[in-house]
Structure formats: C-alpha cells, structure tokens
Ligand binder design. Sequence first.
Ligand code: XMP
Ligand code: MG
Length: 134
Amino acid sequence: MLNGAFIFMADLVRAIDMPVTMDFLAVSSYGNAQQSSGEVELLKDLRMPIAGRQVIIVEDIVDTGITLNYLLRLLEARQPTSLKVAALLSKPSRRKVEVPIHYLGFEIEDAFVYGYGLDRGQFDRNLPFITSQA
Ligand code: XMP
Ligand code: MG
C-alpha cells in the first residue's frame, strides 16, 4: 500500500526467506489532511492478477480501519486463495470499522505519528524513525 508502507515493506520483504512477488497499489482517504475523510479513492491499482494467489496486504498504520476495509473488499472480490494483513502500527482506540490484522508490529495510542514512510503533510517520510507530534 503506497505511499506510507514503502519503507516498512522494503524492510519486511528483506526478512522473508521464500519466493515472493511484490506489487503496489495506492489509495487515498486523506489528501493532505491528518483526519480521514471517510472516502477512499483507488489512485493506483495492482499490475498483476491475484486470483488463486496467497496475498498479504502491507499497511503502514490502521487508524479508523476505513481504508483497509475498502481494500479488503476490493481484493477479496478478485478471489485470492488467502488474503491477510500485515500492519506496522495500529490505533485500536480510533477504530470505526472492525478489520483483521494478522501480523501487527505495534499497537499505539491515539497520536499522529510520522517518519519511516509515514508523512506529515507529505514531508518527513524520510525520517529513519517514527515520532509523534509534540
Ligand atoms: P484509516 O483511518 O482509513 O487510515 O484506517 C489509514 C491511513 O491513514 C493514514 N494515517 C496516518 N498517517 N500518521 C500518518 O502519517 C498517522 O498517525 C496516521 N494515522 C492514519 C495512513 O496513510 C493510513 O494508511
Ligand atoms: Mg499518509
């Protein structure tokens, strides 16, 4: 999931010691705002079909769950053999839609975080760590 997950994905796949393919898609529920608008737009679709494939969605952060819920529905309709979710961060206190997270890095409190791929107004994705706004 672009853009936020690109650094996590890069580190994650280098820790996977089996044949995998990678593909990328982009959705936007935010624009440049820090609050979810509740509307999800598919900005870039996968290049490869996923029917009959074992798929893991890699997400930077699950907040309300609206984005991931949209994505799960979209990809489920393409009939992969399995569809799982790996998320670096989750803010469970913010959840509006229940979504499964099969592999989770860290549960965090409700604070806006950025760095390590996550942006603050599109900037700061290049920070080699994650931090929260003072
Ligand atoms: P929802 O609410 O749909 O949002 O689960 C998921 C997407 O929202 C972005 N998001 C954040 N981005 N710091 C960020 O840089 C945050 O604290 C944050 N919380 C949510 C992110 O793009 C995620 O994919
Ligand atoms: Mg973002």
